[in-house]
Design a protein around this ligand. Structure first.
Ligand code: ATP
Length: 242
């Protein structure tokens, strides 16, 4: 479809010697939606995320960005094309400042060398978009986990991400903190960013998700509209018929 930012088409991944982690998995993520990915342990979620983020190469299948097939040879290449992955561990360097972290891993070919003033402008803008109440000059290790999460999202924004992949962002947040992250996510999708959101929790999915794709045993079972699908139907998709 015209507004599909990311299309995953029949992607498989076989780890040596013969572990089939993904088998012909397909999904599409639209601009301006929160697309959730659900599945039991071992269903293949991390493998799929890593393929989308350029960390793993698929054994088979095609990835498309804005309808154009792409080969992602590295995470840097994925980032350059607008795919930003936020791992559960956030991948921030605690001893560096927020601003230094915002520009870590930027691919020079897209952004060139930018001067201090431009960095400050971009970091202030990104931090404002995520509603950060802390200075770009504080070291990341002094921030709460929630503020570190906001820093990681701001970093995706400084990279002009079209699609942000969030791997279980709720794992280390309390309810209030999670709600503030949700507010940021809602604002981003209003502005056309696509979010691929991984979680085990149906409650979260109800609160933030537009559509959800269920993975089971490496296969994508289906994609559902969150609002019109019952918990029972989702659970059945996750675990299969009893
Ligand atoms: P979890 O929720 O536990 O993280 P998951 O849905 O993310 O699970 P994956 O981590 O993608 O699942 O794993 C899918 C399958 O692939 C599992 O059987 C796993 O053991 C296997 N697997 C994952 N990574 C590797 C690897 N590097 N080498 C071999 N097998 C792997």
């Amino acid at each position: 479809m015209a507004n599909d930012v990311l299309t995953v088409e029949r992607v498989s991944k076989i780890f040596m010697p013969n572990i089939i982690a993904l088998e012909s998995a397909s999904l599409n993520v639209r601009a301006g939606e929160v697309h959730c990915l659900l599945g039991a342990n071992g269903a293949g979620k991390s493998t799929l995320l890593k393929i989308i983020a350029g960390a793993f190469r698929p054994t088979d299948g095609v990835l498309m960005l804005d309808g154009v097939p792409v080969e992602l040879r590295s995470p840097a290449e994925a980032a350059r094309l607008g795919i930003s992955m936020i791992y559960q561990e956030l991948d921030l360097v605690p001893q560096l400042t927020v601003e230094q972290n915002l520009f870590l891993g930027h691919a020079p070919s897209k952004f060139g060398l930018i001067n201090h003033k431009e960095r400050r402008r971009r970091s202030s803008e990104a931090l404002k978009r995520v509603g950060a109440k802390f200075s770009p000059d504080v070291r990341v290790e002094t921030l709460s986990v929630a503020n570190q999460q906001l820093t990681a999202i701001a970093r995706s924004l400084t990279m002009d991400a079209k699609i942000i992949i969030m791997d279980e962002p709720s794992a280390s947040l309390n309810e209030t903190e999670l709600e503030s992250v949700f507010e940021v996510i809602r604002d981003l999708v209003r502005h056309g960013v696509a979010i691929l959101y991984v979680s085990h929790r149906l409650g979260e999915l109800r609160e933030i998700g537009d559509r959800v794709t269920v993975l089971r045993g490496g296969k994508t079972i289906d994609t559902f509209d969150v609002a019109s699908t019952s918990d029972e139907a989702l659970v059945e998709a996750i675990i299969g018929k009893e």
